[in-house]
Ligand binder design. Sequence first.
Ligand code: PLP
Length: 375
Amino acid sequence: MIRFNVPPFTGKEMEYIKQAVENQKICGDGEFTKKCNEWIEEKTGTTKCLLTTSCTHATELAALLADIKEGDEVIMPSYTFVSTADAFVLRGATAVFVDVRPDTMNIDETKIEAAITEKTKAIAPVHYAGVSCEMDTIMDIAKRHNLVVIEDAAQGILSTYKGKQLGTIGDFGCFSFHETKNYSMGEGGALLIKHEKDVEEAEIIREKGTNRSKFFRGQIDKYTWVNYGSSYLPSDMNAAYLYAQLEMAEDIFDDRMNSWNQYYESLKELEEKGFVTLPVVPEGCTHNAHMFYLKTKDLEERTALINFLKEKDILAVFHYVPLHSAPAGLKYGRFHGEDVYTTKESDRLVRLPLYYGLKPEEVAYICEQVKAFYL
Ligand SMILES: *Cc1c(COP(=O)(O)O)cnc(C)c1O
């Protein structure tokens, strides 16, 4: 069976975890956490990176820093993972969903402005499949309406928009290091902070509302409870696992990109013949080969394709059920405007296996079977 995902493993993980244990500092903000933060800061150019226990928690932290409160509204796509909405709903805000663009499955930037009310506080664009949203337009809208932009860049690490790294364009950016993402620590994430003014408060909220980070840096001689907060620090053992992967990031990136390109080249024929639609990477954007998907004619054809591939020992999977149609979405959110593409396009989308270490022969076999289904 060709699995849909295999968690990345490069070889040095166990050695680094052992080192973390031998350092006798296995809690948060140890040596490996610092190394990961610095690596991300250097690669992305963000002002500050703080490793967190998940992307969900990074988004929660961003929601606290953006002072999202009861009655506020946050604009986001409905075609996303639950965390994008959860982080704001947890603060009492309403998720206001707008339609996606069919080419990238990202929020349709031309439909955001009409969804803004006097309650709107933030926009949360999601970079689906590691392909950027139209960020210049989104940042311009945010500026004119005084809104905070929190990028859900869970899938977007090392992708770019007009030369800028995803996660560094908005006021805050959130990465995921879940085992299904390009680089992993099992469960984990990171918050990227653009403005220096937000850094100290972020450190405090992440450390249970205390100024312990300042204390560890020797800037104060005792630490105390100074604000509300939570515990968003991952253990240094998990950070050790991640650091082994970040050191090999180029390898992982190239390996995934080779698979992605092989899929694209091979399946182009099916698109040319009008059977399927392949992903689009808009001009000015580079992607990180997080995901390879194709779109079938409709839901029925997708189900048939998934079943056909399963019989050939290939696990292909569909993706999000739009949040506005989920029970919690009905309760905590509303869809603004017309759902032209969200439901229709999500029904057509199927993801093919893609992970570090997937072999070219396997990609060739999968493509052969997808073609066998159509031709
Ligand atoms: C994976 C993912 C998340 C959640 O990440 P966790 O680290 O599991 O919290 C959020 N948003 C998107 C778009 C994701 O793909």
